[in-house]
Design a protein. Structure first.
Length: 541
């Protein structure tokens, strides 16, 4: 149709100026509009650079005032912008096409353009606007459109209503449209176009039912879609229906049944993504087939997202169950560094902390890992356990001061035997540094707990030794005697107690007892050829 008033609009078209045409475009310019249109239709969905050809087509249509081809030119530009994900530009092109179609009163094209406009909003996740434009298209198609087109659009509208309302009434509309399209398929069993549209509907319905937890309905939809896809050699339908059945069975926790379908799935674009690897890996994991699960989870090698975090966490679990603790530590560390699922992050951090204590950590000190977790999760139910590990790690690293700070600050920590031990070793540190008064206070703290006889005896000995060095000979003698009375004979201190007593008596000028204890020391060490070279824990003069 030619309308003269459109010529005013054409004065402002942005695509009339052409650059340097090459030979191919020169040939294209000489073809009639119909052939140009057919060429563009055959190339618009390919990787062929057709933008210069669309410009020529637009200019020719504008010069001949052919509104149908003019709108088609803008539609081609719309499709090009959609493919390049330039959605704002796509809106502008389709708006121009709609404006011209309205002026030309071409309802057939207008319905298609409304649908295209709705598709852009769908790509932008603006589902209310999607529904609005699909309804505009439906108002035209229900009067003039083919039954299959009308039903397809009805289905699309209900699909987006489900995304915005998700009501039972909307789900019932789904069923009605599927039933109507099923009847249409039965009337046209050999129509590949109608059957493929129906397959796509069934796949979408299966997905919606799965999200709603209607697993039997979802499985039946996928199953029907798979049968039709097989009948019409529709590979895309086969792939999606197969994967869909696997997902439904996984959601039903029927992992053994799900695995063959998940393995047979080829991916939406004939390649798997991280979610696909995760689904199969998780099914293997739930079946306790940890080696196969590890193979799938390890294929998720890129990305920092919800799927990757879950995969790393379950990979860590698999490694734990196969006694590969270093690999498990690495996997839990990765999961703990992501916050897409905070519960998984917390659990992964707990396992990372436990493994760090058990096998060591090549990335950071064990106390640092444990302390960081306790600071990040102060209300954790595992606080007592981790504080115990932290104290033990401090002891292992001989950081007794830090261990005591933790023990004294913790209201929940009640292991008195551990406190007695750590206080004793802290006192020994201070003793070795010559800080005798400070050492005495920690020996007192250790003795106050009186939980482990060995450490009670040893603290008694060293408290006496400290008092000896502070010239408190009466107190020292009392302490050394208490050590003897404790009858702890399998410690280093027990091997020297006679020597220490002898010198203490010597300092008190009690020479008889001094000689007696020197003789006892020599007798008890008669087999030790180096006994006469012995020096006490502290220097004597």
């Amino acid at each position: 149709m030619n309308i003269s008033k459109i010529s005013l609009l054409l004065l402002f078209l942005p695509f009339l100026l052409l650059g340097n045409d090459n030979d191919s475009i020169a040939d294209f310019k000489n073809k009639p509009l119909k052939e140009q249109h057919l060429f563009l239709e055959s190339k618009v969905d390919s990787n062929y650079n057709i933008e210069p050809f669309i410009r020529v087509f637009l200019k020719n249509a504008a010069q001949k005032k052919d509104t149908i081809y003019l709108t088609k030119a803008y539609y081609f530009f719309y499709k090009l912008s959609r493919k390049e994900k330039q959605l704002d530009t796509a809106h502008k092109h389709i708006d121009t096409a709609i404006k011209i179609a309205k002026m030309a009163k071409n309802d057939s094209l207008l319905g298609s353009f409304y649908h295209a406009k709705g598709a852009i909003y769908n790509a932008q996740s603006e589902y209310s606007n999607t529904i609005s434009y699909y309804l505009k298209a439906y108002d035209i198609l229900r009067v003039k459109g083919a039954t299959s087109n009308r039903l397809t659009l009805e289905f699309d509208i209900v699909s987006y209503k489900l995304k915005t309302k998700n009501t039972q009434a909307t789900l019932d509309n789904y069923k009605g449209i599927i039933h109507a399209f099923d009847s249409l398929v039965k009337k046209n069993p050999n129509s590949r176009l109608i059957n493929i549209r129906f397959i796509k509907m069934l796949l979408n319905v299966g997905q919606s039912y799965t999200k709603k937890g209607l697993y039997n309905e979802a499985f039946n939809s996928y199953n029907k879609g798979l049968k039709l896809s097989n009948k019409h050699d529709y590979l895309f339908g086969q792939y999606i229906a197969t994967g869909g059945k696997g997902n439904v069975l996984t959601a039903q926790k029927k992992y053994e049944e799900a695995i063959p379908y998940l393995k047979a799935y080829k991916g939406k674009k004939r390649r798997w993504n991280n979610t696909d690897f995760y689904q199969l890996g998780y099914a293997y994991y739930k079946q306790k087939d940890y080696e196969n699960a590890i193979k799938q989870f390890n294929k998720i090698v890129s990305g920092s997202n919800f799927v990757a975090q879950n995969a790393y966490y379950h990979l860590g679990e698999c490694y734990l169950n196969t006694d590969k603790k270093q690999q498990a530590l690495n996997a839990f560390r990765n999961a703990s560094q992501m916050d897409f699922d905070v519960k998984i992050q917390e659990d992964a951090g707990l396992n990372y902390a436990r493994l760090s204590y058990e096998i060591g950590n090549p990335y950071e000190s064990v106390p640092s890992v444990l302390t960081s977790y306790l600071k990040k999760y102060p209300e954790t139910e595992h606080q007592a356990e981790l504080e115990e590990l932290l104290v033990s790690s401090y002891i292992t690293s001989k950081d007794y001061e830090a261990a005591l700070d933790l023990l004294e600050a913790s209201k929940k920590y009640s292991d008195k035997a551990t406190y007695q031990k750590v206080a004793f070793y802290r006192a020994i540190e201070l003793f070795n540094d010559g800080k005798f008064q400070d050492a005495l206070s920690y020996f007192e703290k250790s003795l106050k707990e009186n939980e482990a006889p060995e450490y009670t005896a040893r603290a008694t000995f060293w408290k006496a030794e400290t008092n000896y060095l502070l010239d408190n000979y009466d107190i020292a003698l009392e302490g050394f005697k208490s050590f003897v009375n404790a009858n702890i004979t399998d410690t280093d201190e027990a091997q020297t107690i006679d020597y220490n007593l002898a010198y203490t008596y010597f300092k008190q000028k009690d020479y008889a007892n001094a000689v007696t204890n020197f003789e006892k020391f020599i007798a008890n060490n008669a087999d030790d050829k180096g006994c006469l070279l012995y020096t006490s824990p502290s220097p004597r003069d």
